[in-house]
Ligand binder design. Structure first.
Ligand SMILES: Nc1nc2c(ncn2[C@@H]2O[C@H](COP(=O)(O)OP(=O)(O)OP(=O)(O)O)[C@@H](O)[C@H]2O)c(=O)[nH]1
Ligand SMILES: [Mg+2]
Length: 368
């Protein structure tokens, strides 16, 4: 404290928030993972996979890029989409650098005009436009998107392939060099900011998107009810909520085959993620119309963006006390080889324990 501000040594590190934004399915989460060199954000061929922002922290000797993956930009129709939309808008407003992704395989799908494009335009000085999927898109499509970028922002778009890695390393270096001078915001070995239970729900959701068709993935939300990391294997109890009673048998499948498959596939992903053996107990419940109610989203652990967090529950948003209407269809999704736990002692809604034995600083086990 003996030095005054005038005599302090100049900053030699760069750090800042880099938003990944764009229409659903353009490859934002794929690019986050490509930047990070590992999978933090879930990726599926279906649109609207990402529902909450996902943060990945990439630290080099001199720079810390805090990448924020966002839900795809669309015209919101119900409460969940409103929350997704607001989340993306807030990330756009707060970031030091905004990466707007376009899709070379769908050059006609541009950011929605109006609120969204205005929000992006407001960040004109901090935008980088990326044309993704050049491995699959035609050169005509790439040219059309370059022209749109020039006309809209007066900028040259950067073509990449996030899934093949083409142009990703160069883009990463350019981003790091363009970050503002700042001290690091996070410890150097920190990779993520969200708690493990968030990633657990995401990995189960990703598996649901892979396994089920049509409305089911969109009508599904996952909540981790219990996470006991002191157990070996780590004990996780989670509930898959669907919107309608008729969707429950679809998720459960014939003779429970669906939920068993969902359980073992999800478990394998969670084990790879946390680097420990896992026993996963999955339940299916109905929570009528949960997508339409902000209060229910809150109950389910969805992090509502500040703009909506204090909104009073309206007509289509009954109160926060909306619980599941039915608790039937309890099917263990754990692997047959995993040891059985004594039944009936699980405490609903208990939080994860604090970090103890962690081989690497991935997600913070910071509770809820
Ligand atoms: N051919 C090709 N496919 C890609 C590329 N990048 C992503 N994809 C695919 O595009 C699909 C969507 O990728 P995501 O990363 O989930 O897209 P997103 O923008 O995060 O989508 P939302 O979360 O729904 O908004 C997946 O099937 C990816 O494998 C790419 O560079 N080339
Ligand atoms: Mg995504």
């Amino acid at each position: 404290m003996e030095e005054s501000e005038e005599t302090a040594a100049p900053l030699t590190t760069r750090a800042g928030h880099v938003a990944l934004i764009g229409r659903p399915n353009v490859g934002k989460s794929t690019l986050l993972n490509a930047f990070m060199g590992e999978k933090l954000s879930i990726v599926t061929p279906k649109a609207q996979t990402t529902r909450e922002s996902v943060t990945g922290i990439l630290t080099t000797d001199t720079a810390q890029a805090i990448f924020v993956d966002t839900p795809g930009l669309l015209e919101p129709k119900y409460a969940l989409q409103r929350a997704m939309h607001e989340t993306a808008l807030e990330v756009i407003a707060d970031a030091d650098l905004v990466l707007l992704l376009l899709d070379a395989t769908r050059p006609g799908e541009l950011p929605p005009d109006g609120t969204v494009l205005n929000a992006i335009r407001r960040r004109r000085d901090a935008i980088l436009v990326i044309i993704n999927k050049i491995d699959e898109g035609s050169s005509d499509a790439v040219e059309a998107l370059k022209t749109w970028t020039r006309d809209t922002f007066g900028l040259e778009a950067v073509p990449i392939s996030a899934s093949r890695g083409d142009g990703v390393a160069e883009l990463r270096s350019a981003i790091e060099a363009g970050l503002p001078e700042n001290p690091f915001f996070y410890p150097e070995d920190e990779l993520a900011v969200q708690p493990v239970r968030f990633f657990v729900t995401e990995l189960i959701r990703e598996t649901i998107f892979e396994m089920y068709e049509q409305e089911v993935p969109y009508a599904t939300i996952v909540r981790v009810e219990e996470y006991r990391e002191s157990d070996d294997p780590v004990f996780i109890r989670a509930t898959v909520y669907v919107e309608r009673e008729s969707q429950k048998p679809i998720v459960i499948g014939k003779g429970g085959a669906g939920i068993r498959d969902l359980g073992s596939r999800s478990r394998a992903k969670i084990e790879a993620f946390i680097g420990q053996r896992v026993y996963l107990d999955l339940f299916v419940k109905t929570l009528p119309n949960w997508r339409a109610k902000l209060g229910t989203l809150r109950y389910l652990g969805y992090r509502l963006p500040p703009a909506l967090a204090h909104e009073e529950p309206g007509e289509d948003q009954p109160g926060t006390t909306d619980g599941p209407s039915s608790s039937a269809a309890t099917v263990g999704g754990g692997d047959a080889a995993a040891p059985k736990r004594p039944g009936g002692t699980a405490r609903a809604g208990s939080g994860p324990r604090n970090p103890k034995k962690r081989s690497r600083r991935k997600p913070k086990r910071s509770g809820d």
